[in-house]
Ligand binder design. Structure first.
Ligand SMILES: [Zn+2]
Length: 406
């Protein structure tokens, strides 16, 4: 169906191109287009465009239209419910005056923002209106290959930079966009907002996306689990893209020391803050990363011993100390639950344990106390509804990609 629609579109555009060319040859003149806005044909008026000045009030703009103080006061009184008395600096307004010798103000239209406008109608009795320009949403689907950064790639498709930002947020836990390579494929479907059907007003929402990253298609679909819950993004199987942290880096938990401002250090034999949670376990026990991310540091210091630090997103990093063995390299991408090292007692440690440290915006915080409602794992009962909802979205995305990459 989609294919047929696209073929039709191509045909129509071919035909219309040809027609336009023929017309061009015969007439050689741009077709005459009257300016229409706010439902008026501007050719019927003397049109005066202006913007609100520093000292302007509603009264002052009326007076600028050659109305006396008495008339201005009368208008303000009548339309006070639909026209603001204080007007915003630099916002545009339009005065439509009669095209006869009187050049009388007929309509005054003020726009406090791109969407809304206030209008005074003086053609008969005095009437004030507050209206909104019609807002329309258009679905766009783009597919292609990465060349340069994500933002640069999308810019070539004439897509708002806001979409690249949004995607980077949605995929922050799954894709390292700096590691995307030339030739990696993507397909994205999103809605754009238009005012009056023509004036672009920005990205409205992301409908679906995939990035083919290291040969694997990583999908993202927005979904609300409850009527008023926030929208999270999930892959085609309903797994949240932004994952929760595991409770601890070890399978079997034995906490021996908690995060505290003051504890007696068992090796240094003095009181000092403890910026982590200690989990005791036999030497060699596997240590897991508690969330997906990129290895930021993997090395040795006298205090930490062998340690690994993992960056999960802009906000969160976790760190694992005193390892007997490090099993990852700096820059390596790790998935939640991956084994990154083994328990040991290197550095300042009195016995084998892992000191788990949690960083939020560069500050060490207590992982046990931190509330991390980042995203809700998909509830089993919501999965059928989710799958039902994404089926057409996924089909659409895949078919666009199929056409593009054939
Ligand atoms: Zn510790």
């Amino acid at each position: 169906m989609k294919k047929i629609a696209i073929i039709l579109l191509v045909l129509v555009s071919l035909v219309s191109c040809k027609k336009a060319q023929e017309e061009y040859v015969i007439e050689d003149i741009e077709p005459y287009k009257p300016v229409v806005d706010f439902g008026f044909n501007y050719d019927d008026f003397n049109v005066h465009y202006d913007t609100i000045g520093h000292q302007d009030t509603f009264e002052r703009i009326l007076k600028k239209q050659n109305l006396n103080g008495k008339k201005a006061a009368e208008i303000i009184k009548i339309v006070k419910d639909s026209f603001p008395t204080s007007v915003r600096f630099k916002r545009p307004y339009v005065a439509l005056r009669s095209k006869d010798k009187y050049n009388k103000l007929q309509y005054l239209i003020y726009q406090p923002n791109r969407l809304e406008y206030h209008m005074v109608d003086l053609t008969d009795s005095i009437i004030g209106y507050k209206k909104s320009r019609p807002l329309t949403f258009k679905i766009r689907t783009v597919a292609g290959e990465i060349s340069g950064s994500l933002a640069a790639t999308l810019k070539k498709e004439n897509v708002d930079a806001a979409l690249a930002k949004k995607l980077m947020k949605v995929y922050a836990w799954s894709i390292d966009f700096f590691k995307l390579r030339k030739g990696d494929k993507y397909a994205i479907s999103f809605t754009e907002r238009y005012i009056n059907d023509t004036l672009y007003d920005g990205i409205d929402s992301l409908r679906s996306a995939f990035f083919e990253y290291k040969g694997e298609k990583l999908y993202a679909f927005p979904f609300q689990q409850e009527r008023n819950s926030k929208t999270d993004y999930y892959n085609e199987n309903g797994k949240a893209l932004k994952n929760y942290f595991l409770k601890a880096p070890l399978k079997f938990i034995n906490i021996t020391s908690k995060f505290t401002k003051n504890r007696f250090h068992p090796v240094q034999l003095r009181w000092k803050p403890h910026n982590g949670t200690d989990y005791a376990a036999p030497t060699g026990t596997p240590i897991m990363t508690t969330a997906t991310g990129v290895v930021e540091q993997a090395g040795y210091t006298a205090g930490n011993g062998n340690f690994v630090k993992i960056k999960h997103d802009k906000t969160y990093s976790t760190q694992y100390l005193h390892m007997s063995k490090i099993l990852v390299r700096r820059g390596q991408r790790v998935k939640q639950g991956d084994v990154i090292g083994k328990v040991g007692s290197t550095g300042l440690a009195s016995g084998p344990h892992v000191c788990y440290r949690f960083w939020k915006n560069g500050v060490q915080v207590d992982a046990l106390r931190l509330k991390l409602p980042n995203s809700q794992p998909m509830e089993g009962r919501n999965l059928p509804r989710f799958k039902e909802q994404i089926r057409p979205l996924k089909r659409e995305l895949d078919s666009v990609a199929d056409i593009k990459f054939k």
